[in-house]
Ligand binder design. Structure first.
Ligand SMILES: *Cc1c(COP(=O)(O)O)cnc(C)c1O
Length: 374
């Protein structure tokens, strides 16, 4: 194939050339003089990127994001522990399923699809039930909802027996802000193949200093995923060396662009996608007030169907994501996360426009949003 496909997916995401090249670096001893500085540099910069307190630690595990969620349950909880799972879609539900599979007692607070959780509802639930931890999702990729992580974090800080506050930010950090120390988030799980612009395969943790005491040193039923050596800066088993090189290069690029510009870019992309949908006849499903910066779910009205729309786009070289769960037959999702700029999104919208009710209106409105910032 002459050209690689355009992808507007909420993972995996496009990989910048510098990251691709870094991953071709030759192998060396992963405990030796060549790799060691890479490991230290990556850990240091992840610590800054998560805005952790000085005692906070990071860990990078060879796993998909879901492996990171599982490791989190295995390291911070024992079977029988009670947790509150605040679920706003498929990924929140998955986190709860993992916790149940590991023997935790899970109280689920579920929110209708397409809505963010309410801090008041979470606090009420905490009033009724003593729990050791709260599991929730920063950016719910299945719906394109951004949850009020900051507001809940600040409210939790006022509680006498604060539960561990654990956030799946796999499609959030580093594209969406989540300063851990300031917002009082104890554990964040991210993954290499979304905003980090790398291939899948690394689960990335930020852990607040206070939360390190909650790591269970002698828990049964876990070995490979023991986080203790990782937070001490060791790599107990052969790391995914090539992915580390890629992550190192990606962190260069993230630093080069800078955080403020990165957040502004993702917000612009979300606004363009939304504006396109509104005018093109694919109404954005989620309210603007809680809309994600990295993924936008668009309603697909009959006689169009999401499956057919995706096939038509694919034939012109664009891959977009389908609706998940209850939205399988009514939505498509546009991912705009990681190494995606306005021109990339514009190219994708240009393909999608062929198959929507009002192509010119959609493109004109997306363009005016883009143009206002250019
Ligand atoms: C992508 C994603 C996951 C799953 O990550 P995998 O790497 O596919 O295991 C979990 N949670 C959220 C919010 C995601 O966006």
């Amino acid at each position: 194939m002459l050209n690689t496909p355009h992808i507007l997916l909420p993972g995996p995401t496009p990989i910048p050339e510098k990251v691709q090249q870094a991953m071709t670096t030759s192998m060396s001893d992963h405990r030796g003089a060549i790799f060691e500085p890479v490991m230290h540099r990556v850990r240091q910069r992840l610590h800054e990127l998560f805005h952790l307190d000085p005692q906070g630690q990071v860990a990078v595990l060879p796993a998909a994001g879901t492996g990171g969620l599982e490791a989190c349950i295995q390291n911070f909880f024992e079977p029988g522990d009670r947790v509150l799972s605040v679920e706003t879609g498929m990924f929140g539900k998955r986190f709860a399923e993992i916790a149940r599979a590991m023997g935790l007692e899970v109280i689920s607070l579920t929110v209708p699809w397409g809505q963010a959780f309410s801090v008041e509802a979470v606090l009420e639930e905490l009033d009724r039930n003593a729990v050791r931890g709260i599991l929730t999702t920063h950016n719910e990729t299945s719906t394109g909802v951004l949850n009020p992580i900051r507001e809940l974090g600040l409210a939790l800080q006022k509680l006498p027996n604060r539960p561990l506050y654990i956030v799946d930010s796999i499609s959030g950090v580093p594209s969406i802000e989540l300063p851990m120390a300031a917002w009082g988030v104890d554990v964040v799980i991210a993954a290499s193949q979304k905003g980090f612009m790398c291939p899948p395969g690394l689960a990335i943790f930020g852990i607040r200093g206070d939360a390190l005491d909650a790591l269970q040193p002698h828990r049964l039923g876990r070995h490979y995923f023991n986080l203790l050596p990782y937070v001490q800066g060791q790599l107990p088993y052969t790391p995914a060396v090539s992915l580390w090189y890629g992550l190192d290069a990606a962190l260069d690029l993230l630093a080069e662009e800078g955080e403020a510009a990165r957040f502004a870019r993702h917000r612009l992309l979300a606004q363009m996608a939304r504006a396109f949908g509104e005018a093109a006849g694919l109404e954005p499903i989620v309210n603007a007030a809680c809309a994600s910066w990295t993924v936008t779910a668009l309603n697909v009205p009959p006689p169009l169907s999401p499956g057919q729309l995706r096939r038509q786009c694919q034939a012109l070289g664009l891959q977009i994501a389908g609706g998940m769960g209850p939205w399988h037959d009514r939505a498509v999702r546009l991912g705009h996360v990681g190494a995606v700029d306005a021109a990339d999104l514009w190219a994708g919208l240009g393909i999608l426009a062929h198959f929507v009710p009002h192509p010119e209106a959609g493109l004109a409105k997306a363009f005016s949003v883009w143009h206002a910032t250019a």
